[in-house]
Write a protein that binds this ligand. Structure first.
Ligand code: B12
Ligand code: SF4
Ligand code: SF4
Length: 234
């Protein structure tokens, strides 16, 4: 097994087209619910690599179909970048578990199930948005989206869990966090058509009620008013 550095993994991600890349050691997930820890998917996991690609604001604004198609495009793109990183790790003899995102419609029976909001997140393994925070890329804003200094909430992210021991990135401090999501801003809360957001967090069922019809109409979750409204990263 050859040794691979954090720098070479990051360079490979950027060369593959990532706008963002960060690394968290698996220890940072110790306090997470068990099924959300990297070891749950890869016993002996040492690091989580998170890659992100930016959402183009003017593409998601004009209509819901363009928005849905854009999110599908970005899912395909970050999935491929994550796969490239996985292949690089494999070349060096390390294990890699890719956490991609779905591209199109889900099984309508699953979406109709009363337990859907509990089952669905479990199908994805770890939460890539939380992993991005652990990897120092940003914070979770009042919208519950990942907010980064460069793009605000306008990025989508995928992750790679590996047994390679890679240097972790520094996490965002609470002082830096206040700049990314200022206490007095409520733009996302006001913009949400489903009234899903409040200072206390998100009511996932209300967000899903807005998004559910979009899946059959446009082939993917189309609403992203919380992304559009956020002033950070503009
Ligand atoms: C399922 C899901 C949804 C569901 C939400 C259901 C749910 N209960 O989470 C629905 C369909 C509603 C949804 C909506 C949207 N989503 Co979505 N979604 C996901 C998905 C696949 C999984 C999220 C997940 O794991 N949720 C479960 C947990 C983590 O949710 P939680 O409430 O935040 O956490 C609870 C517990 O697990 C626990 N917990 C979790 N971590 C920790 C850590 C510690 C220390 C502790 C103690 C506890 C704890 O505490 C929490 C409170 O109960 C992720 C991709 C991924 N694989 O992560 C994308 C993802 C979060 N979605 C994304 C997006 C963009 C959207 C939408 C804009 C729709 C769209 N057009 O794509 C909206 C935005 C809603 C919003 N404001 O956040 C992006 C976000 C990008 C970003 N910038 O942050 C992601 C990351 C996908 C991607 N490819 O980038 N989504
Ligand atoms: S995706 Fe739409 S419905 Fe869901 S929280 Fe964001 S603005 Fe509200
Ligand atoms: S719109 Fe304002 S409150 Fe919402 S996440 Fe962005 S900065 Fe935070």
């Amino acid at each position: 097994m050859g040794r691979i550095s954090a720098e070479s993994v990051k360079r490979a991600a950027m060369n593959a087209g990532a706008d963002l890349v960060g690394i968290a050691s698996a220890d940072r997930f110790k306090e997470y619910p068990e099924e959300k820890r990297p070891e749950h998917l890869l016993p002996g996991a040492k690091s989580v690599i998170v890659v992100g690609v930016r959402v183009l604001l003017d593409t998601v604004k004009p209509n819901l179909l363009l928005s849905a198609l854009h999110h599908i495009t970005l899912n395909m793109y970050h999935n491929q970048i994550a796969y490239d990183i996985g292949r690089l790790l494999d070349d060096y003899g390390y294990s890699a578990v890719i956490i991609p995102h779905r591209i199109g419609n889900l099984d309508p029976d699953l979406r109709k199930s009363g337990d859907y909001m509990n089952i669905y997140p479990k199908l994805f393994g770890i939460s890539t948005r939380h992993a991005a925070v652990e990897a120092g890329l940003g914070i979770l804003g009042k919208s519950r989206l990942l907010i980064t200094p460069h793009f605000g909430p306008r990025q989508r992210v995928a992750a790679v869990i590996t047994d390679a021991e890679l240097k972790s990135d520094r996490k965002i401090t609470s002082k830096e966090a206040e700049k990314l999501c200022p206490p007095l801003c409520h733009a996302c809360i006001k913009a949400c058509p489903g009234k899903a957001l409040s200072n206390e967090g998100i009511a996932w069922e209300k967000c899903n009620a807005v998004i559910k019809p979009h899946n059959s109409m446009y082939g993917y979750s189309a609403c992203c008013q919380c992304m559009i409204a956020c002033p950070t990263g503009r």
